[in-house]
Design a protein around this ligand. Structure first.
Ligand code: HEM
Length: 133
């Protein structure tokens, strides 16, 4: 992480910048704000400890991401590519190195995929009988 230029200060900057842009985003902003209204400072602290736990294996985050997203009103699968695009644009602007951007993107994409599967996966859609030739 250090070799990529990633430290706690960068994680703080990333979280602040990214969620600032999330809030200003036409589709993402309302979904986040409806759930987090009045609790933004707490969310920001949580996200900093989350990223720092993943990046530095610090164990600072002990939450349950899947549960946290269940019941978020209007959270639809199409929002995930938008989240990832905004995260990529943020990293383009502030990541300390291309390696840092690549690491944060790969990690976010993996988690986004796993959240999408946990929240939306429907085995019926994989039914071979329903797949056209
Ligand atoms: C469109 C996509 C997403 C939306 C709308 C969304 C929305 C939210 C909201 C509203 C919360 C706050 C839940 C609460 O405290 O009541 C939350 C928490 C969280 N999100 Fe997301 N999220 C998205 C994608 C992601 C992705 C891709 C990641 C991983 C990189 C992620 C990681 C987390 C984590 C770690 C928490 C804190 C969980 C806890 O309470 O411990 N989210 N998200």
């Amino acid at each position: 992480m250090r070799a990529m230029g990633v430290d706690e200060a960068f994680i703080g900057r990333l979280v602040e910048t990214f969620y600032g842009r999330v809030l200003a985003h036409a589709d993402l902003g309302p979904v986040f704000d409806a759930r987090l209204s009045g609790r933004w400072p707490e969310h920001m602290e949580k996200m900093k400890s989350f990223w720092s736990a993943v990046a530095f294996r610090s164990g600072a985050y002990g939450g349950k991401p899947v549960q946290a997203h269940t019941g978020v009103a209007d959270l639809t699968p199409d929002l995930f590519p938008k989240w990832l695009a905004l995260f990529a644009a943020t990293l383009d602007d502030i990541a300390p190195s291309p390696e840092a951007k690549a690491w944060f993107m790969a990690t976010a994409e993996r988690i986004a995929k796993s959240l999408t599967l946990s929240l939306f996966y429907n085995p019926a859609l994989d039914d071979p009988a329903k797949k056209a030739g």
